[in-house]
Ligand binder design. Structure first.
Ligand code: KG4
Ligand code: ZN
Length: 351
């Protein structure tokens, strides 16, 4: 089986070709960072136009590099949500057009499921597994019970963790995306110099909160002589990253207990999403896994940040189950993996 994947939900245009045997034949990502940089954030209209301008040629190049033509494909998978509606429309319309023209099935992929299933593209991880999904828009703990079947154990009550990294980086005068910048700076910093808070540490549920940490970071910066020295910036970045890692490890530790109650034989912890590219975090989770007897599966960095290989793979998984979508499938700006999960704010949380 060979599937073409298309990803346009945020500020990366991506096209990939993946086989049912887990071979990634091509995996191209074109980032729009430069287009958005002058505005200090992602501008949806600019994103949609930029996707439109380069998607066709990116797909052609992906097929060329994979050494296949449209005739060799078994399906077209495109991210249909959640994300910025303009970009989603571009990817979904392109995917549907190719599907119609080539007489192939179209698969509307949930971007979050793409991240969730990326572990099965790179390993033999079997359902059910515990999933820490950490990206620019999401911070969730879920049990992946099967394709299209997720049970959410916890989520953030305010910011997503990637968003917190990006905001902290902005405070330090670093460019977007901030996560890799903070990680680089933190490598030479002292994580114990600033006592930043660890919100919700030790609480009984599996929810997250990052807004208090963000505020504390802003205060710590304001208390220092300006402009910040290199040492101050590095120590702040290291202290921030350590606080985030402590929170993620603590919340995941709590989720492991719940996961074990639900599935005593479950033996795998997966971390996915852009923030999972962070090496400090990966090694902390690895240690947690060893301590609790769970194997950690963390996709390589280029499959953690947004890419189309994970979307093509989600397409493979769905096609295998004879799941495909009609041409009337409308893109969804909001599309939770577990629609039945209660809102975090209603779960008795005190921020
Ligand atoms: O999954 P992703 O590429 O896009 C979304 O679906 O949101 O995640 C992007 C997020 C950004 O907030 C970025 O700062 C963060 O992932 N990120 C990182 C690292 N690389 C990317 N955060 C911490 N450390 C990193 N190395
Ligand atoms: Zn993502």
């Amino acid at each position: 089986m060979i599937v073409l994947g298309i990803e346009t939900s945020c500020d990366e245009t991506a096209a990939a070709v993946v086989t049912g045997e887990r071979a990634i034949l091509a995996n191209l990502v074109r980032s729009q960072t430069a287009e958005h940089a002058p505005f200090g954030g992602i501008v949806p209209e600019i994103a949609a136009r930029a996707h439109l301008e380069c998607l066709d040629s990116l797909i052609a190049e992906a097929l060329r590099r994979a050494g296949v033509t449209f005739d060799d494909l078994d399906g077209i998978a495109a991210t249909a949500g959640p994300g910025l509606i303009g970009g989603l429309i571009v990817g979904v319309m392109t995917g549907k057009a190719i599907a119609v023209a080539c007489g192939l099935p179209f698969i509307a992929v949930n971007h979050l499921e793409g991240h969730a299933l990326s572990a099965r593209l790179v390993s033999d991880a079997e359902f059910p597994y515990l999933l820490l999904l950490v990206s620019g828009g999401h911070c969730q703990l879920l049990v992946a019970e099967g394709v299209g079947k997720y049970r959410r154990l916890g989520t953030t009550i305010d910011d997503a963790v990637g968003e917190a990294f990006d905001k902290a980086a902005k405070m330090l005068g670093l460019p977007y995306p901030g996560g890799p910048e903070i990680e680089r700076l933190a490598a030479s910093g002292d994580p114990s110099r600033f006592a930043l808070p660890r919100p919700l540490l030790g609480s009984k549920d599996c929810h997250f909160s990052f807004s208090g940490l963000k505020t504390a970071m802003r205060r710590a910066i304001a208390d220092l002589p300006q402009p910040l020295t290199k040492r101050d910036s590095a120590d702040l970045a290291a202290s921030f990253q350590a606080a985030v890692a402590d929170v993620l490890v603590d919340r995941t530790g709590r989720a492991i207990e719940i996961f074990r109650d639900l599935y005593p034989a479950g033996d795998t912890l997966v971390v996915a999403g852009g923030v999972a590219a962070n090496r400090a975090l990966r090694s902390r989770l690895e240690a947690l896994g060893v301590e609790r007897g769970l194997r950690l599966v963390a996709p390589p960095q280029n499959l953690c940040t947004d890419n189309a290989a994970m979307i093509a793979w989600a397409g493979v998984e769905r096609l295998r189950l004879n799941l495909s979508d009609g041409l009337d499938f409308a893109p969804r700006p909001r599309w939770p993996l577990d629609p039945a999960a209660p809102a975090a704010a209603g779960a008795g949380i005190k921020a």
